[in-house]
Ligand binder design. Structure first.
Ligand SMILES: Cc1ncc(COP(=O)(O)O)c(C=O)c1O
Length: 401
């Protein structure tokens, strides 16, 4: 039994079966502790976590500076509503906007950040301009606005009618966007790298084409950076690879290293459209999340983690290319910093369980894509350790298919 466990994994699983709604498919493991890239279950088994917190734990588990910042904050103020000012919110807003642009609004999750961005776009465009164009295989969250923007029918089943005004174009198809855009379009919304959709990296020409189209027609360009933000791709924000700026971008997941936090940033001239009374979030910008966020930014900077994310991304590529040379089941390799994807010619889901049996946690998405979102501070040894297990598992899958 792990020192921190008070009951077995099985006892916990039984409580979930009795009391927790079963909407998540969970692996039969109860995690009790995490440190850096490793977690331990109740029985004391250690796992290398290459998908910590579904991308939220951008510095791995319990990064010391973030833990300290939360401990310091919690004794002074836990929550203060947005009818008052707090130092922490002002300082974190400065940290985000000086690394990007404009002004920020704080929320608590990715879906909530996207809801706010969509509302701002409609408010800014004015009456009659309400349509939003988004893209196939995109993912924007589970609340009704964000879900309506998510062009994946499997997530819509049984939930119609969705919010009106959302139109979908194939990802990467500029001509299709031009066909859809009309005088009622207020925004184009996309991820600068699609995450859940399988680590799909658009060309800079496509993004530049969208920027030009938006400029010509007075449409707002919104980037959903929920997964790409906070150094995930090797720059602070995903748009910084492309040579263009969106008008609005949304953040969540890693923004406070695992503490619930979401946000959107907009250009200064757009901000006044979010008039007092038109939008709010009770917990948004709370001191605990803000303190964690500031410590996250400081850690990334002090430890040179943008650079490390780029270097470790290339190390994954080296390993993945070796696997591709050996195994014909590897169809494609898509990597940007610590967004790491390998598309297979066969279903990827079995790799998750097989890696877990060997002590490595990974993810599979869009049926055939192995997805890793390792922390920015992963070491070369940990990359090598994970890739050795993954290659062993893929070899086994290639030979038994
Ligand atoms: C790009 C993107 N947008 C939005 C979301 C939704 O975020 P949340 O689950 O915090 O609402 C996700 C979650 O995976 C995401 O990857």
């Amino acid at each position: 039994m792990h020192a921190l466990a008070t009951q077995s994994s099985q006892d916990t699983i039984e409580k979930f079966q009795r009391y927790v709604i079963g909407n998540y498919r969970r692996y039969p493991v109860c995690i009790v502790q995490g440190e850096g890239s490793y977690v331990w279950d109740a029985e004391g088994r250690r796992f290398l976590d290459l998908f910590p917190g579904w991308g939220c734990n951008i510095l791995g588990h319990c990064p010391p500076k973030v833990v300290q910042a939360i401990q310091d904050q919690v004794t002074n103020l836990i929550h203060v509503p947005n009818t008052w000012y707090t130092e922490a919110q002002g300082n974190f807003a400065e940290a985000i906007c000086t690394r990007s642009f404009g002004k920020v609004f704080f929320a608590n999750s990715g879906a909530e950040a996207n809801e706010g961005a969509i509302k701002l776009a409609r408010l800014h465009a004015g009456p009659g301009r309400y349509k939003v164009i988004s893209f196939t295989s995109g993912f924007h969250g589970r609340t009704f606005g964000a879900l309506s923007a998510t062009a994946q029918p499997k997530y819509h089943e049984g939930l119609h009618p969705l919010v009106p005004g959302f139109q979908y174009a194939p990802f990467g198809d500029l001509e299709a966007v031009k066909q859809l855009a009309d005088h009622e379009t207020c925004a184009i919304l996309l991820e600068p790298v699609q995450g859940e959709g399988g680590i799909n990296i658009p060309t800079n020409e496509f993004l530049q084409g969208l920027r030009d189209l938006c400029n010509e027609r007075g449409i707002l360009l919104i980037f959903d950076e929920v997964q790409t933000c906070m150094g995930r791709t090797g720059h602070w924000f995903g748009y910084q690879h492309s040579g263009i700026q969106p008008d609005i971008f949304t953040l969540a997941k890693g923004v406070a290293a695992g503490v619930a936090c979401g946000a959107f940033v907009c250009k200064d001239e757009i901000a006044p459209s979010l008039r007092p009374g038109m939008h709010a979030s009770t917990f948004g910008g709370n001191p605990l999340a803000m303190a964690a966020g500031i410590a996250t930014v400081e850690t990334i900077e002090e430890e040179g983690l943008l650079e490390n994310a780029r270097l470790m991304g290339e190390r994954f590529r080296m390993h993945f290319e070796a696997i591709r040379d050996e195994l014909p089941i590897v169809a494609d390799i898509r990597i940007r910093g610590m967004m790491v994807g390998m598309e297979l010619t066969i279903p990827a889901t079995p790799a998750v369980g097989k890696c877990m049996e060997r002590g490595v946690l990974i993810n599979a998405t869009h049926d055939t894509v192995v997805r890793l979102l390792p922390p920015l501070n992963i070491t070369a040894e940990q990359v090598d350790e994970g890739c050795e297990v993954l290659s062993e598992v893929l070899r086994e899958m290639a030979h038994t298919k």
